[in-house]
Design a protein around this ligand. Structure first.
Ligand SMILES: Cc1cc2nc3c(=O)[nH]c(=O)nc-3n(C[C@H](O)[C@H](O)[C@H](O)COP(=O)(O)OP(=O)(O)OC[C@H]3O[C@@H](n4cnc5c(N)ncnc54)[C@H](O)[C@@H]3O)c2cc1C
Length: 489
């Protein structure tokens, strides 16, 4: 199979070049935010509005991480999440999470309105559906009705004749995540925030009541540091892997004549998600399918092909994305230690609401204000039943991925463009491009020492254990690794 179309997300058309400088001096601030995705920018917004001196650094360009590859739905209707939380923690906590998502949607609406942000923000109906057994669907619907939400039953999606079991709500939204992020960043800048792109934090140390965060050339001193980096590298190595796994999905965007005003997500597997995006000249359907635990399926070519088979159309854009799924379906937002290190991540593919909410919660924690969601999202909460239920599954799939990387350290798995060797006692991997040029990398992920698998579609070295990705010359393009794997003679 040869896949020929723009292999990038539709939103990345808005990320062409830097709009903020690279850091080139030492600075001292109240708060340093690491990461310029939905979490980082929203946290910046609240902190700046409260008069703190804040700096945000992004290692690449603003929005270029996971946020750029989302489907951009802003909704409290999130598959069967309330049933899952109820099962883990009971009705009260499920209701509290529901309240938080309603609040997040309201917060987003008010920021977009009050700041007059032009980001294709549109009200649409939001559907949840199943193709088969509808008992889970009805459970979720009853829960929402119990929370006071009026839902409507539907046996088909507006875009298809095919029968499904589903229901929908009428008060949800879609938007353009990158236009939102860029506008909010400019607003924060005009209110005094410092923002730097192409500036990577390589170490964080705490001393004398301050954090000292190093880039290659400078030091940023800060009383508080926010890890808005998606999968954090700076924590103890085993902090994340036992509490979450990564889910990867494949998405296509193709031109269509009708601009349907709805979005939809299925709750049976494989997950299907649909939304429409109109950019004045063209309407696109965004179709997501073929989701899987990152550690489980590693044949990218097959995964993309399955997506294309499902929709059998010629997309204009084709991309993949992965998000952190937590063991108990609740995000990690809050304090990592008592010195001033905080985090916002683990959004279970609902980061447009949770990233926006994280900004407000983190700001309230720093300002010592009350916030009713602090305990719910506490990264050190007692995980109770969910650890017993999901822990072995996560450990099992992570171990399987590690074993797979050892097995796939063999040329027989690939076409002729990949070789493996040992040089100076180290494993190296070689990709040979169309011009017969060799690109050599160390075949080991700096994060937790898994070997890497070559992705022949996107031409990257991927770690199936925790999702780090490197280009053919070893530059780290996605974490959790914070280091490159370029081979040095
Ligand atoms: C397929 C898919 C579809 C989705 N669709 C939706 C949806 O419709 N609605 C919804 O609510 N959610 C959705 N999500 C979830 C959502 O996209 C994510 O949860 C959210 O974007 C995560 O944002 P973030 O800010 O935490 O991470 P990111 O956007 O990845 O931001 C982190 C940033 O930190 C930077 N960084 C990392 N390390 C460093 C360092 N050392 N120094 C400086 N910078 C650093 C990175 O470059 C990156 O830009 C989807 C997820 C997936 C996988």
């Amino acid at each position: 199979m040869v896949i020929k179309m723009k292999k990038k997300s539709i939103w990345s058309e808005e990320i062409k070049c830097s709009i903020f400088p690279k850091l080139n001096s030492d600075i001292d601030v109240d708060v340093l935010i690491i990461g310029g995705g939905i979490t980082g920018i929203n946290t910046l917004y609240h902190l700046v509005n409260n008069g703190l001196s804040v700096c945000l650094v992004e290692k690449n360009l603003l929005g270029s991480g996971v946020t750029c590859r989302t489907t951009g739905k802003l909704t409290y209707l999130q598959g069967d999440i309330y049933s899952k939380i109820k099962e883990n923690y009971g009705l009260e906590k499920a209701k509290l999470y529901f309240d938080s998502q309603i609040e997040a949607v309201k917060l987003a609406t008010s920021i977009i309105k009050n700041e007059q942000i032009d980001c294709n923000f549109e009200k649409v109906d939001s559907y949840v559906f199943v193709n088969s057994d509808n008992s889970i669907l009805r459970k979720e619907q009853r829960l929402l009705e119990g929370f006071g939400i009026k839902t409507q039953i539907s046996n088909k999606l507006p875009c298809e004749e095919k029968k499904v079991n589903g229901f929908y709500i009428t008060d949800s939204y879609v938007y353009h995540p990158i236009k939102y992020i860029k506008s909010l960043a400019n607003i924060c800048k005009s209110r005094g925030a410092s923002i730097y792109e192409n500036t990577k934090i390589i170490s964080i140390k705490h001393n004398d009541n301050k954090y000292f965060c190093k880039t290659k050339t400078n030091i940023i001193k800060a009383k508080h540091v926010i890890l808005a980096v998606h999968y954090p590298y700076f924590l103890k190595p085993l902090w994340m892997p036992f509490k979450c796994y990564l889910e990867k999905s494949y998405i296509e965007a193709f031109r269509t004549d009708t601009d349907y005003k709805f979005s939809a997500i299925s709750i049976d597997k494989p997950t299907i998600s649909i939304r429409y995006y109109n950019n004045n000249d063209d309407t696109y359907e965004l179709f997501l399918g073929e989701s899987h635990n990152l550690a489980v399926k590693n044949n990218e070519e097959q995964n993309f092909q399955n997506l294309l088979n499902e929709k059998s159309t010629k997309p204009s854009y084709l991309w993949s994305n992965k998000d952190i799924m937590t063991i108990d379906s609740l995000p990690f937002i809050g304090k990592i230690d008592d010195n001033g290190l905080l985090i916002g991540t683990g959004y279970n593919t609902w980061g447009m609401t949770n990233g926006i909410l994280a900004g407000k919660i983190i700001c309230d924690i720093i300002l010592k204000k009350e916030n009713k969601y602090i305990d719910l999202f506490n990264p050190y909460r007692n995980f109770g039943l969910s650890i017993l239920k999901n822990g072995p599954l996560i450990l099992g799939s992570n171990s399987l991925a590690l074993i797979k990387t050892k097995v796939k350290k063999n040329k027989s798995w690939y076409s002729d463009c990949v070789k493996f060797e040992r040089r100076d006692g180290k494993d190296i991997a070689i990709y040979i491009d169309e011009n017969k040029k060799e690109h050599i990398v160390y075949n080991i992920c700096p994060h937790m020492k898994c070997n890497l698998i070559f992705n022949e579609v996107e031409k990257t070295w991927d770690c199936p254990c925790h999702g780090s990705r490197f280009d053919v010359d070893g530059k780290c393009i996605e974490g959790p690794s914070n280091y490159d794997i370029s081979y040095k003679k």
